[in-house]
Write a protein that binds this ligand. Structure first.
Ligand code: AMP
Length: 182
């Protein structure tokens, strides 16, 4: 199954993508985690994206698409995957369509969480790029650039909306139930 998890920053989609990927036996592909690994390892790519991430901006599409393309070409992704945090721009969505070809995505899981809940969750997470100013900026960038992608996936009939508020296990069960309605 080729799935995309999409939602505002702090909605818990990373945690849920990890858990659902384990349950389904497919890899969890997070471009944010991949970038953070590059930053931590001090690679050339990491040095390039560090300041962009700290500012809460998006890494340019060309860099992001190339990294994602290499990841989903790996053998463990042949049987499906959960994309978490990609695509985030219209350009990335077009690139993904090209990469996936005829089959495309099977489902798009959309996380719905109240804005105040989001800010509180992110402050509690304590990640290096999580200052309050950055959090608010990332939220605005999400609304401007990523939320519009939902229209595309809605029009293809792929979206499933999930209430992201609740216990971690409860939300995982909600997602699994929504993916497998029988
Ligand atoms: P995330 O862990 O998904 O919240 O991503 C953390 C940061 O990595 C984002 O705020 C961006 O700076 C960068 N990033 C991750 N995925 C993408 C993407 N698909 N396009 C552009 N930037 C990204």
């Amino acid at each position: 199954m080729r799935l995309l998890f999409i939602g505002p920053p702090g909605a818990g989609k990373g945690t849920q993508a990890q858990r659902v990927a384990e349950r389904l036996g497919i890899p969890h592909v997070s471009t944010g985690e991949m970038f953070r690994a590059h930053v931590d390892a001090g690679t050339e790519l990491g040095q390039k994206v560090d300041a962009i991430m700290r500012a809460g901006e998006y890494v340019p599409d060309a860099i992001t698409v190339e990294m994602l393309k290499q990841r989903i070409a790996e053998p463990d992704a042949a049987g499906g995957f959960i994309l978490d945090g990609f695509p985030r721009t219209a350009g990335q969505a077009v690139a993904l369509d090209e990469l996936l070809g005829a089959g495309g995505l099977d489902r798009v899981v959309v996380f719905e969480v109240d804005e105040e809940e989001l800010v509180q969750r992110m402050l509690a997470r304590g990640r290096a790029d999580d200052t309050e100013e950055t959090i608010r900026h990332r939220f605005k960038v999400y609304l401007d650039q990523t939320q519009p992608l939902l229209d595309l996936y809605d029009s293809r009939g792929l979206t499933i909306r999930v209430d992201g508020v609740g216990g971690v296990e409860e939300v995982t069960e909600r997602i699994l139930a929504a993916l497998d309605p029988q």
